[in-house]
Ligand binder design. Structure first.
Ligand SMILES: Nc1nc2c(ncn2[C@@H]2O[C@H](COP(=O)(O)OP(=O)(O)OP(=O)(O)O)[C@@H](O)[C@H]2O)c(=O)[nH]1
Ligand SMILES: [Mg+2]
Length: 329
């Protein structure tokens, strides 16, 4: 019998690099009704995905789409990625985290059109903002950032623990101007699960008639997550788009890094974003840095020894690689 996949409630959770999208998805997963299966599609700018590892847990199907904005990447990999995820997991809900430097408007448009209009039911797009950035021209004038604000059905201030009263006043003003369906002020991505079922603006105005059932998309080959070949100790993959460049390194599992040296290296680096999941002499750690704000959190699950760095301009990746290698024990 053909199993039908149709009208899967789908939300895009967007926001700029490091604003807290993955943290928010983790919080939503904690609130997931236990009888439901959810799927998460994580799209990263870098070639070496890290968020997928962070989100991995029981009852949740994860698919990573690394290597740049999913609307600009080859459409076929997006189609294959989503179809495979749906066909394998039969989820009750799909959450999508696009890269913070991508085009969410275009992504939502693609997902609202054929062939996805038959399988996905686009619900509210939730945009996270860090109120500390609202007055910063570097953000205000950024095309990705502006698009994220434009498509918000729900506008949420995250990291309010780091904000001043002026930052929060600026957020209140933004909400007043934009008039989203809902808004909130949270820390650590503590989103209200009820926001997920608010409608997406575009669809409410022009709701398609997709009442007929459609067959499950054919199961196409899975997108392999990047792995080292036997005997390989390191692989480096770069990506470049517009003003942003990224470089990711995958190191062999048995390699171990000096925790203190890694902290010093990442803290001294001027990068848009640094993410690393590493085995260190002090245990398995996730390192997270945005605008020089470094956080290191220990993890039980074995890391895959990955580093992903996003910078502006044309960084000297060889030099950074030497510095990373000098942190090996
Ligand atoms: N102080 C503080 N830190 C937070 C909060 N929310 C998230 N973070 C931290 O911010 C960092 C980035 O969070 P992520 O959830 O990875 O952000 P993201 O938007 O998914 O990042 P990208 O996928 O790289 O764009 C992590 O170190 C989080 O622990 C918050 O409310 N307050
Ligand atoms: Mg993320």
């Amino acid at each position: 019998m053909v199993k039908l996949i149709q009208h899967i409630p789908t939300n895009v959770i967007t926001g700029f690099l490091g604003v807290g999208k993955t943290t928010a998805i983790l919080q939503l997963l904690k609130q997931k009704p236990s009888e439901q299966t959810w799927a998460v599609l994580v799209n990263e700018f870098g070639q070496i995905g890290i968020d997928g590892q962070i989100l991995e847990q029981e009852g949740v199907a994860i698919k990573e789409l690394p290597g740049g904005c999913m609307c600009c990447a080859a459409g076929v990999s997006v189609k294959v990625g989503i179809n495979t995820l749906l066909a394998n997991a039969h989820p009750d809900r799909l959450l999508i985290e696009p890269t913070g430097i991508g085009h969410p408007e275009q992504i939502i448009k693609q997902l609202s059109e054929s062939p996805f209009d038959q399988t996905l039911d686009m619900r509210a797009c939730i945009t996270l903002v860090d109120p500390r950035h609202l007055d910063n021209p570097r953000y205000r004038e950024n095309e990705y950032y502006r698009e994220q604000l434009n498509i918000a059905d729900v506008l949420v201030a995250n990291k309010v623990d780091q904000c001043t009263q002026e930052d929060m006043d600026a957020f209140a003003q933004l909400v007043g101007t934009r008039q989203p369906r809902a808004s909130g002020q949270v820390t650590h991505g503590e989103l209200d699960i009820a926001w997920l079922d608010l409608p997406h603006a575009r669809q409410q105005e022009n709701r398609p008639s997709w009442l007929q059932a459609t067959p499950t998309p054919e199961l196409e080959p899975d997108i392999e997550s990047i792995r080292l070949e036997a005997g390989e100790t390191m692989r480096r993959l770069e990506n470049h788009s517009g003003e942003f460049a990224s470089c990711g390194w995958l190191f062999a599992e048995q390699l171990c890094f000096d925790h203190q040296k890694i902290i010093s290296l990442f803290s001294a680096m001027t990068a848009e974003r640094i993410k690393a999941s590493l085995r260190t002499d002090q245990g398995n750690y996730l390192f997270n840095s945005i605008d020089g704000d470094m956080q290191a959190s220990s993890r039980e699950t074995p890391p895959q020894n990955r580093v992903e760095i996003i910078m502006q301009g044309e960084p000297d990746w060889d030099k950074i690689e030497d510095a990373l290698l000098s942190c090996l024990i």
